[in-house]
Design a protein around this ligand. Structure first.
Ligand code: GLN
Ligand code: ZN
Length: 765
């Protein structure tokens, strides 16, 4: 038996990666220093692997994103970037004014850059796998070059295709037709073959292919194509294929692939293991068993994992144990976390236990693989350790009987608002008296350097709670005045007290921990700290009431209450696995409902419950969608069961709505605001296709990610396009997302233009 690990977080122990990149972009360090710094991170990462596992990859330390690297490797540099000139073109493609589109990697919160294929004219532009392989080889370290498979690459790319109206004649779209896929794949293969040939010449025998797209539901002819692909690639290397995030869509076809080793995720699903048990595993191939969870932070029950590995040894002649998916969904190490919650427990010799003891981040996961192997081989010390861990992971932790009772007592009524939308809207309009084309924003206003500084000083204890509260109040006064001056109809309090829309609530709720150093990359150099839902969740006291009611006291116009929805809090956090996900969502929803009730009692008339991660949490396979959306929709309905006269808004961004309109509609909100400017009309067409849409909708009239002030014409054109599809009574006017990353100088004129357009439309229509 061997161990293999891959996908280790490249961020570094102290966010070195982020600092290097940002310093380079700001011109504070030279290209040479950047390269030196990145190489130091490479050494660090491979050093960790080398100390703990038998097999490990290279080509993992991308300067920005591995999909971008792959696109460049095969020469897919869109013509607008001109000739490829190294790092300058590289970062232009990643983050320039005409950068590639960004989207979520499968159902994770990692965002990759979507390769744009202008044709089938591929060529080997940069052999990144070879460069890194040689880098380590020169240091006497043998690594397995890791590459995204051509199939997954194409599945995640967009190609220029001919469209039917109303879309432009040529536009970028996923490669959906089999003939197109085949054409692109056949064009791409020679480049990959060349990469492998060069690698072989330099001595690389084994190459790791990541092919998670094999977990999507696939047609038989696609399997034929994938089979052919690996047949050709196998002529140049010993290929190990990795799949992850779900079960492979056809086990028999998968194990039949002409490669040396097959990787299966045995954590995220039950099917893979069931299939091994039912159909066995080919004797001439190695099994790479992903048994250590790469997406969740829990320390594994090693006893259980050892039992599993021993069972797998019966099926596979040669077993390699591994993490279930790339480790970059995890922070680097639990080691610097000193302030995690401690709970009373009763285990032999222990009365209290820190959450830290129950966690394993990326480094600790490597140790787990190492321990499992040693324990199986009979190492006494490892065996003792396994037993100790068993005690720690098996005791109940953070249980709250009252919360459990409330979730168990839920009935259908709890998921239903008292009146139908048609009745509600009349009551709401009587109170709100909004004009047609009402204007609003999504919630946050610029988080200036000053705001961030004061908040940091407050967290560090250098600013007193009283001073901090006064400071936030000042910000709220300012933002209310600005919004009134601009003439917006529905105001917000600006969210100055919030670092992050999920972390803020996590800090206020019991049963959820937040870390100090648990950073994870979401894209480029952008990091966030996912909270950890470890126990039963409840709300010890109001979370947003003070700020919202203060804002409302300053104006006659309605101020929206602003909450993050249960599904988003859950999907952007790590979560416990001892109770169903659905139950966690209901616990959070119940806590949010208490907040909704408090806001209502305090006179708040509109409440927005943001759900930007609602869509992305959907499972990879469509057959699993009903189950997910069933509880996701119910969780939203549970927390939004407000009085009929309270107007419930929701907000979503960067989502593909086309396939999920049915579920979105079932959420039963009164108003939804969505991003639309980046996906250029695709979203509006989703509403066009949905029959019987009757809810109000704010289609984002401009892209908040760009510093440019939108022209009135561009704003008007989005609205006029929407009016072709939806009755004007349903339309709201708002930017496409929160304004927190923008500057005041950009925000004020942009919103002024927006409000003017709304006023003009009111006169015209
Ligand atoms: N209310 C949040 C804000 O305005 C919404 C953020 C989001 O959708 N990602 O920042
Ligand atoms: Zn948004």
């Amino acid at each position: 038996m061997e161990t293999l690990a891959y996908g280790f977080p490249k961020l570094g122990e102290k966010r070195e990666f982020k600092n290097l990149l940002e310093n380079y972009w700001k011109g504070k360090i030279s290209e040479e220093d950047l390269i030196k710094g990145i190489n130091a991170l490479r050494d660090w990462m491979v050093g960790l692997y080398k100390d703990t596992v038998d097999l490990f990859p290279s080509n993992e330390l991308s300067y920005y994103d591995f999909m971008l690297d792959t696109a460049i490797m095969v020469g897919a540099v869109p013509s607008r970037f001109g000739e490829f000139k190294g790092l300058s073109t590289y970062f232009e493609m990643a983050r320039g004014s005409q950068a590639l589109e960004m989207t979520k990697y499968f159902n994770t919160n990692y965002h990759y850059l979507v390769p744009e294929l202008e044709g089938t004219d591929f060529k080997l532009l940069k052999n990144y796998p070879l460069e890194e392989y040689l880098y380590f080889k020169s240091k006497g370290i043998e690594t397995l070059p890791k590459i995204i498979s051509p199939y997954t690459f194409l599945k995640l790319s967009k190609a220029l295709v001919k469209g039917s109206s109303p879309l432009p004649v040529y536009h970028l779209s996923k490669i959906e037709r089999f003939e197109d896929l085949e054409r692109y794949l056949l064009a791409l293969l020679p480049v990959y073959e060349e990469v492998l040939k060069q690698l072989r010449q330099e001595g690389a025998k084994v190459v790791l292919f990541e092919d998670p797209a094999l977990c999507y539901e696939m047609e038989s002819q696609e399997w034929d194509l994938v089979h052919e692909m690996y047949k050709r690639l196998s002529e140049h290397a010993d290929i190990y294929v990795m799949t992850y995030y779900d079960s492979v869509s056809d086990y028999k076809r998968f194990v039949d692939l002409p490669v040396k080793a097959l990787g299966l995720d045995l954590v995220s699903n039950r099917e893979n293991l069931e299939n091994i048990r039912k159909h066995g595993f080919p004797s001439d191939k190695k099994l790479i068993a992903g048994i250590i969870n790469g997406r969740q932070v829990w320390r594994a029950s090693l006893t259980e994992k050892i039992r599993l590995a021993e069972e797998l040894l019966k099926y596979a002649q040669h077993l390699i144990i591994s993490n279930s998916c790339p480790l970059f969904h995890l922070p680097v190490s639990t080691q610097p976390e000193e302030d995690l919650p401690v709970h009373q427990v009763q285990i032999e010799g222990l009365t209290s236990l820190s959450l830290k003891e129950r966690l394993a981040f990326a480094k600790e996961k490597l140790q787990e693989l190492n321990l499992i192997k040693r324990a199986i081989e009979g190492d006494q010390q490892a065996r003792m350790m396994v037993e100790k861990v068993e005690n720690i992971v098996s005791v109940p932790f953070g249980v709250n009987q009252e919360v459990r009772r409330r979730v168990n007592a839920l009935t259908e009524r709890d998921f239903q608002r008292e009146l139908d939308y048609k009745e509600r809207i009349k009551l709401q309009q009587e109170i709100l008296r909004l004009p047609t084309f009402p204007t609003t924003t999504i919630g946050s206003f610029p988080q200036t350097e000053e705001v961030r500084k004061i908040r940091a000083s407050y967290t560090a204890g250098k600013v007193s709670p009283k001073e901090y509260e006064e400071f936030i109040k000042k910000q709220i006064q300012h933002v209310i005045r600005v919004q009134e001056e601009i003439g917006l109809d529905v105001l917000v309090h600006g969210e100055f007290e919030r670092t992050d829309m999920v972390e803020f609530f996590a800090q206020k709720l019991e049963g959820i921990a937040t870390t100090k150093h648990g950073w994870v990359l979401s894209y480029g150099s952008r990091v966030y700290r996912p909270p950890i839902i470890y126990g039963d969740v409840y709300r010890p006291s109001p979370m947003t009431l003070n700020e919202i009611t203060y804002a409302q006291s300053l104006t006659e116009k309605p101020v929206k209450g602003m909450l993050t929805g249960p599904v988003t809090i859950l999907n952007w956090s790590y979560y416990r696995e001892d109770i169903p996900k659905k139950e966690i969502a209901y616990q959070i929803a119940l806590a949010l409902l208490e907040e909704v009730k408090d806001l209502e009692r305090a006179g708040i008339k509109i409440i927005q419950i943001d759900e930007p991660a609602f869509r992305e949490g959907a499972p990879i396979k469509r057959k699993d969608w009903d189950e997910y959306f069933d509880w996701a929709v119910k969780a939203f309905r549970l927390c939004s069961r407000a009085n009929p006269q309270t107007q419930i808004h929701t907000h979503m961004c960067y989502s593909e709505f086309n396939d999920v309109m049915e579920y979105i509609y079932q959420m039963d909100f009164d108003v939804i605001s969505i991003e639309a400017s980046r996906s250029k009309g695709e979203i509006i067409s989703a509403f066009e296709k949905f029959k019987g849409w009757d809810r109000q909708i704010g289609i984002g009239v401009y892209d908040i990610h760009s510093p440019a002030v939108p022209t009135k014409e561009s704003i008007r054109s989005v609205l006029e396009r929407a009016m072709k599809v939806l009755p004007k009574e349903l339309l709201w006017v708002n930017p496409d997302c929160g304004l927190k990353t923008r500057r005041w100088e950009e925000v004020v004129p942009s919103l002024k233009n927006m409000v003017e357009v709304a006023q003009e439309l009111r006169e015209k229509y």
